[in-house]
Design a protein around this ligand. Structure first.
Ligand SMILES: Nc1ncnc2c1ncn2[C@@H]1O[C@H](COP(=O)(O)OP(=O)(O)OP(=O)(O)O)[C@@H](O)[C@H]1O
Length: 251
């Protein structure tokens, strides 16, 4: 099976500082790859490089076999790579429904989008995104009335509405309550039934909930890759990241 996304010998340098060196990563359809690692390891930079938010110094990024290295960010998004950043970027004064409507492909301008007659296709796309993120009951509520966690789900719904085949999520549970974190894990697992998903995460309980394959970044390099069990047992990962906080996989 070919990878949906493949990163080969990737290097990103900021004014002489090597944020990523020789990173390789393959992501396949309908899988969840979870990226962990200490602060400053290069996790966000990796996602930034994939969506052309950070310039790649050398190496290759291929999406569905096509080279996308250093393409324009909107071209990468249009090709089918959806990215959610750490902080929710939503219109608080609009409803959940209208926020998702604005995110749909081919939508231009707030007023034009909201007042335009909705096609059945657009309606069903919005409904699908609402369902996948558990927001059907909140569709016509103003985003400002939602909890922090629900706002994060609105943003995930907005990414899904853009029809990506791979979804990149940067710390999707930051600032969430325990229940919201758990619900986010279930949302991500459901998304992975039809999409490839890459998640950056710090919360190891959450990683245990969603992870099939984990990639550990450290000082801009891949330190280890494998199942939660192999990562937890890896002395190098324990030393630089997990510390003595051994995780009980049987829990
Ligand atoms: N635009 C930039 N200019 C200069 N240095 C940068 C830039 N973006 C990131 N860096 C540096 O690159 C390194 C990797 O940062 P990055 O944000 O990718 O780490 P991270 O693993 O996502 O960390 P965290 O868990 O704290 O979010 C850090 O040392 C950071 O200061």
């Amino acid at each position: 099976m070919d990878a949906v996304l493949s990163v080969e010998d990737l290097n990103v340098t900021f004014s002489g500082f090597k944020a990523l060196s020789g990173v390789n990563l393959n992501v396949f359809d309908r899988e969840i790859v979870t990226i962990i690692g200490p602060n400053g390891a290069g996790k966000s930079t990796l996602l930034d490089a994939i969506v052309s938010k950070s310039p790649v110094s050398s190496g290759h990024i291929r999406y569905q076999g096509k080279e996308i290295t250093n393409k324009l960010p909107h071209e990468v998004a249009r090709m089918g790579i959806g990215r959610k950043f750490q902080n929710p970027n939503v219109y608080n004064e609009l409803t959940v429904f209208d926020n998702i409507l604005l995110a749909l492909k081919g939508t231009h301008g707030i007023l034009a989008s909201i007042t335009a007659k909705l096609t059945q296709t657009k309606k069903s796309k919005i409904h699908d995104a609402l369902e996948r993120t558990g927001l059907v009951d909140k569709a016509f509520e103003q985003v400002s009335s939602l909890s922090h966690g629900q706002k994060q789900w609105v943003e995930i719904a907005m990414v899904l509405a853009q029809d990506p085949s791979i979804v990149l999520l940067d710390e999707p549970t930051a600032g969430m309550t325990g229940d919201e974190t758990y619900m986010t894990g279930e949302i991500i697992k459901s998304i992975s039934k039809s999409h490839a998903v890459v998640v950056i995460e710090h919360d190891m309980e959450f990683v245990k909930q969603i992870a099939k394959r984990i990639v550990v970044l450290h000082q801009g390099q891949v330190l280890a890759e494998g199942s939660i069990e192999s990562i937890q047992a890896n002395p190098k990962v324990i030393e630089v990241y997990l510390g003595r906080e051994t995780i009980n996989t049987a829990a």
